[in-house]
Ligand binder design. Structure first.
Ligand SMILES: NC(=O)c1ccc[n+]([C@@H]2O[C@H](COP(=O)([O-])OP(=O)(O)OC[C@H]3O[C@@H](n4cnc5c(N)ncnc54)[C@H](OP(=O)(O)O)[C@@H]3O)[C@@H](O)[C@H]2O)c1
Length: 310
């Protein structure tokens, strides 16, 4: 089968095309013929030896965790040959998604809704799960709460806006001016152009911030959160200054990491099936062009998601 391998950490040029045997499946796994692969910033970080690199012990590394495709073999009573499935497999760990076939644990995937494409499904895995787990497991977003999404136009942010709206929150999201229409089209109640204004000057009384940006933004976010509110950082560490300020203000600060979870995937499938959430895909690449896909996500400027096709 076609696959993209990484023999040593480094730049995108280290991603190499290879011809590998189709993987064998174990108990409670299914073999999925891949139709689409979702790309995330952690793919780039792991390629560079950061991200999930520490959790991968086998060589060569096959990057990627987000898949959508068709079951061709099953060792699980939950899925049968011909089922269309999607999910984030083995994260944090060795996902091996950049390939024509993936051995997927049955507990990490769910059935793909019939009304969405494989591209839309592959997009709605790691990024959508991050937003879902942040707002259901680490913090419960409730009706009329005031929610601020930092980086609303990105992979995580665009799902987070829709999920927070699904729970009935009042949602404010940041992006540059060029993505304002997009943010509002996702249902956000307010948009802040972070290049034109400081969000601290125009926002207050926030119950929950999802910060997909730096610790500097996290620290600044503390000034707009009310006492008893919560800040979740997914992309930066909690500095001493953040610890101190949050304790003084009575704000809970968490650094969270998304985890593979088929039950959560079922919830996302339900939102997608019922048109409560959609994937926005801005670019689609062929697997052979994986280096271009990495260069694109590495800009930090992509809108919604990018997808790769084997
Ligand atoms: N801990 C976890 O489990 C976890 C899970 C998923 C992701 N992450 C991390 O979270 C981060 C975001 O992931 P992602 O997939 O959403 O990334 P992404 O799709 O690459 O995010 C790109 C978006 O970020 C926006 N952006 C950049 N700087 C901004 C700023 N200063 N203010 C507001 N928006 C800004 C851009 O909008 P503009 O062009 O309009 O600026 C762009 O649309 C990454 O570092 C990723 O590794 C962590």
């Amino acid at each position: 089968m076609k696959a993209i391998i990484l023999n040593e950490f480094g730049p995108a040029s280290h991603l190499r095309f290879a011809d590998l045997p189709v993987p064998q499946i174990n108990d409670e796994e299914v073999l999925v013929k891949i139709n689409a692969i979702g790309i995330n910033p952690v793919d780039v970080k792991t390629r560079q030896g950061k991200g999930a690199a520490g959790a991968i012990t086998e060589s060569p590394i096959i990057l990627g965790w987000d898949i959508s495709g068709e079951v061709t073999e099953s060792q699980s009573s939950r899925f049968k040959k011909g089922d269309e499935v999607f999910g984030m497999v083995n994260f944090p760990g060795h996902g091996k998604a950049y390939a024509e076939y993936v051995a997927a644990p049955a507990g990490h995937i769910t059935l793909k809704p019939g009304n969405i494409s494989h591209d839309e499904a592959a997009a709605a895995c790691l990024a959508a799960l991050t937003a879902w787990q942040s707002m259901t497991e680490h913090f419960q977003v409730k009706k009329n709460q005031r929610v601020l999404i930092q980086a609303g136009a990105g992979g995580v942010g665009h799902y987070a806006i829709q999920i927070a709206k699904h729970f009935g929150a009042y949602v404010i999201a940041t992006s540059s001016e060029k993505n304002k229409k997009f943010i509002l089209s996702l249902g956000a109640d307010e948009h802040i152009d972070y290049k034109a204004v400081s969000f601290e000057d125009v926002v207050s009384d926030i119950d929950f911030v999802l910060n997909a940006l730096s610790s500097d933004i996290a620290e600044r976010s503390l000034s707009v959160i009310k006492q008893g509110g919560t800040l979740i950082n997914i992309a930066s560490s909690t500095t001493d200054a953040i610890q101190e300020k949050s304790q003084m203000k009575g704000i809970k600060v968490l650094h969270t990491m998304v985890k593979s979870n088929g039950k959560d995937m079922e919830q996302l499938a339900d939102l997608l099936e019922n048109n409560k959430m959609r994937s926005h895909i801005s670019e689609v690449f062929a697997l052979e062009d994986i280096q271009k896909a990495h260069n694109s996500i590495e800009t930090g400027r992509t809108v919604g998601k990018i997808v790769v096709k084997p």
